[in-house]
Design a protein around this ligand. Structure first.
Ligand code: SAH
Length: 226
């Protein structure tokens, strides 16, 4: 039996929301996000809180959406696949470059011991920080900085996730990866399809694995104007 809109109780907006969230999780699974811990984190962190204004309505659809400062919140299935590829364990300290809305950092906070997240826009860092407080997430430190230099004072890191595309993995980030550490990042020209790659730091150097084509906003030098 299919239910039409007329069959729903008009006062019960939450019923509809629950259904949208269920479809959201189903879409993640069907696109390859199968890690139970990642799915649990994505069930717990409500993407609806990280999308504002006219696009808030589309928060549970599997698509990137515009956020402040001309940036984007990534597509949920890509967030899931990147988080899965990062193989975060509960004792890990993670660096995320590109806080954006704070959504990816919030998911990482459920899987890691501590998360540092940096963005070149102070406004995005401030607004994400407000959301983390509102959600009682206490293991994220959000900092306004040019993330291509990493955070030398807080590193080295067990895991690094970059959510903006560089032409090559930035040297300082490779340096700040612990032996045995994993970094996941998009590489390629900003106006073309990029490759998501996984870098593992072994005892004798770095191992590179290409995961899938992706499209991210570019990693830009220096601090932003807002
Ligand atoms: N992870 C985010 C999406 C990030 S969009 C989320 O979950 O919503 C990419 C972000 O990278 C943008 O906010 C952009 O400002 C930021 N960025 C680009 N270049 C940067 C740099 N050099 N250092 C830090 N952040 C940068």
């Amino acid at each position: 039996m299919t239910m039409g809109p007329e069959d729903r109780n008009p006062d019960d907006a939450s019923g509809d929301l629950a259904e949208r969230k269920m479809r959201f999780l189903f879409a993640l699974r069907s696109r390859g996000v199968t890690d139970a811990r990642v799915l649990t984190a994505m069930e717990r962190i409500d993407r609806g809180l990280f999308v504002r204004g006219i696009f808030a309505d589309r928060a549970y659809e599997d698509m990137p959406l515009p956020i402040a400062c001309g940036q984007t919140i990534s597509q949920p299935s890509v967030v899931g696949l990147m988080t899965q590829a990062l193989q975060v364990s509960p004792r890990d300290t993670v660096l995320e470059v590109g806080t954006g809305s704070g959504y990816q950092a919030a998911i990482l906070s459920q899987l890691a011991r501590r998360v540092y997240t940096v963005d070149r826009y102070r406004r995005l860092v401030r607004e994400a920080g407000e959301l983390f407080r509102q959600l009682d997430i206490t293991n994220i430190t959000a900092i306004a900085a040019d993330g291509s230099f990493g955070l030398p004072d807080q590193g080295p890191f067990d895991r690094i996730l970059v959510t903006a595309a560089a032409e090559d993995p930035p040297g300082p980030l490779l340096e700040q990866l612990k032996p045995g550490g994993i970094m996941v990042l998009p590489v390629g020209q900003s106006d073309a399809v990029q490759s998501l790659i996984k870098v593992t730091r072994g005892s004798r150097g770095f191992d590179y694995e290409e995961l899938r084509p992706v499209r991210f906003v570019p990693l830009v030098e220096g601090l932003g104007s807002e």
